[in-house]
Design a protein around this ligand. Structure first.
Ligand code: UN1
Length: 500
């Protein structure tokens, strides 16, 4: 429909000002539930924009690193309060640009609030260690030091939470930030940066450049003045970023794919397990790194569990996430929908049994969006591609298992290791599983999603590169240790030599 009102143009935020891109180009951000709705125009940044943002962050770092951490914390506390005040508006905007249902976008903003309060609290801790020296009249301690301008490349599935996971620990530690949010969801990052600015973050400390990976993300990860890069996204892109960081030995934190599993033992509370599988598999339309895209079910309860799961999945209401009765929103974009559709074909060709779904939802209320039916495949073998590869959509593969040992083998038999879960009432089995599942996160009697901000988040194998986000682990990533020895003996004392 023609309109006389020009769409709102969102600019980059560099050195405390909203500025045009040097490229002069912009792109459209549209609602994935209704592509007629234009959220706004966002600038397509290029390497010159990235250079300007990095210059600003590098200059601002000189003074920000010297601001006492409790003072930096006061700004974060104010930012958290502004997020609380604007939670509802930001959640609605997030549903419009990302598609997930309002209850979940409220959760996403809440996760940013939690992280901001949590890291603000760290402003009066940032603990190091004091420890005795092996020599007399000598003092020893370690302190954290900030590093510099941090480049952050964030995904579209948690458009405010994940930028906050990276920005808040970086800022409280005394670093400055250049954020390149996902092309599909820049508005939520825009809101977060706006809030930080209103809360009093000095100019240049936080910068935002919107745009795509090749033109904006790549120059950021390659920039010689960016010593720290934090990325969340696909394993394929993570590998490129790791390579870009390697020549200069940049600190590089990667959060990538997952192929998470829920194990249902024969003694499980099946109602609870079905609830968990539905929420873990189809929450956020399956577009979480932590999504439960595999469910391994003991043969003794397999049929009963699958019947109940399929019944529940059939009753899920797919639609616009702003409608309170909607259970599941659209895929983020056309390409993601096509990926989901291609995996459905792969599953059928591999001989998995399609139990429900398996098709794009089209026509009527779905005509203008990227909707796919929630889909369950049964009788999957663990080596099928649909049971091995990350689909990032509403497709769950159910695998029959014989025993706990078998389930753990299946669980660990994928290239990823983010999250795993077991449903059982047997405490011995629960502990055995928490010990033997080789993932970064394990749940007992809860689905694979639901991480909290004060505990480490991340995974093993091709999910990550050994770092963790959230919690103190995030402070570890965004700081370097400095060990300080103070000798007040007034004479030369040689460690390892003079004290034997
Ligand atoms: C992600 O899937 O990319 O535990 C992050 C969870 C959320 C975070 C998910 N708190 O599912």
């Amino acid at each position: 429909m023609a309109t006389a009102v020009a769409p709102r143009m969102f600019k980059n935020f560099i050195n405390g000002e909203w500025v045009e891109s040097r490229s002069g180009k912009a792109y459209e951000n549209r609602n994935p539930a209704n592509t007629d709705e234009l959220i706004g125009l966002f600038v397509s940044s290029n390497s010159e924009d990235v250079d300007a943002a990095v210059d600003a962050a590098t200059e601002a770092y000189k003074t920000w690193r010297l601001v006492p951490a409790p003072k930096r914390a006061e700004i974060l506390f104010r930012a958290a309060e502004l997020l609380v005040q604007r939670k509802e508006d930001f959640s609605k905007d997030m549903t419009r640009e990302m598609g997930k249902v309002l209850a979940e976008t409220r959760g996403d903003v809440q996760e940013a609030i939690d992280m901001t309060y949590y890291m603000a609290g760290e402003g009066r801790r940032l603990f190091g260690q004091t420890t005795p020296s092996e020599l007399p009249n000598k003092f020893a301690m370690s302190v954290r030091q900030s590093i510099g301008a941090c480049g952050m490349i964030t995904p579209w599935n948690f458009p405010m939470a994940i930028p906050s996971w990276k920005m808040m620990p970086a800022l409280i530690s005394g670093n400055t930030v250049v954020l390149k949010p996902a092309e599909d969801t820049p508005l939520s990052s825009y809101h977060l940066v706006q809030v930080l600015t209103e809360a009093g973050v000095p100019r240049g400390v936080v910068n935002l450049v919107s745009g795509d990976g090749p033109n904006a993300g790549a120059p950021l990860s390659q920039h010689k003045d960016v010593p720290v890069v934090s990325f969340t996204g696909s394993t394929a892109v993570g590998r490129i970023i790791a390579q870009a960081c390697a020549p200069d030995f940049k600190h590089c934190s990667l959060e990538m794919g997952g192929k998470n599993i829920i194990i249902v033992m024969e003694d499980a509370n099946l109602d609870l397990a079905v609830d968990g599988a539905v929420w873990g598999g189809f929450g956020t339309t399956g577009q979480r790194c932590t999504a439960a895209s595999r469910v391994a079910v003991h043969k003794d309860v397999y049929k009963e569990f699958v019947d109940r799961l399929v019944d529940r999945v059939k009753s899920l209401k797919v639609g616009d996430g702003l409608d309170a009765s909607t259970d599941m929103g659209p895929c983020i974009n056309e390409q993601q929908l096509k990926t989901v559709m291609s995996y459905v074909e792969i599953g059928k060709n591999e001989g998995a049994k399609l139990l429900t779904g398996g098709n794009r939802l089209d026509g009527g209320m779905y005509a203008k969006g990227w909707f796919h039916a929630p889909t369950v495949f049964g009788d999957c073998s663990p080596k099928m591609r649909i049971a091995q590869e990350e689909i990032f959509g509403p497709v769950v593969s159910v695998i029959p298992i014989e025993s706990l040992e078998h389930a753990v083998d299946v669980a660990n038999g994928v290239p990823y290791g983010l999250s795993a879960s077991i449903y059982t009432r047997n405490v011995n089995r629960a502990f055995q599983a928490t010990r033997d599942l080789y993932t970064g996160i394990v749940y007992v009697n809860a689905p694979t999603i639901g991480a909290e901000t004060h505990l480490p988040f991340g995974g093993t194998k091709q999910t990550g590169n050994g770092h963790r986000e959230a919690a103190i682990a995030a402070i570890d990533f965004f700081t370097e240790w400095k060990t300080i020895y103070i000798d007040y003996s007034d004479k030369l004392q040689r460690a390892q030599i003079d004290n034997v």
